[in-house]
Ligand binder design. Structure first.
Ligand SMILES: [Zn+2]
Length: 65
């Protein structure tokens, strides 16, 4: 039987930073990082079905004490 959803399905979510629509692979998993085409922000997948994105914490060389 053919599944109604192809494995190449793409979901879209909104960038929380610039509100651009970001295409996310349908197979994406939580904690995966995707790049926003609008503002080049790194976005972390925090939920799937529907996909929700949040700004990924920036990796800086400030580790604190
Ligand atoms: Zn953006």
């Amino acid at each position: 039987m053919n599944a109604p959803i192809a494995s190449s399905e793409v979901e879209s979510a909104r960038c929380p930073e610039c509100r651009a629509v970001v295409a996310v692979p349908g197979e994406v998993i939580i904690t995966e990082i995707v790049d926003c085409d609008g503002c080049a922000a790194e976005l972390e997948v925090v939920a799937v079905g529907p996909v929700m994105l949040t700004l990924a914490p920036e990796v800086e060389e400030d580790w604190g004490e």
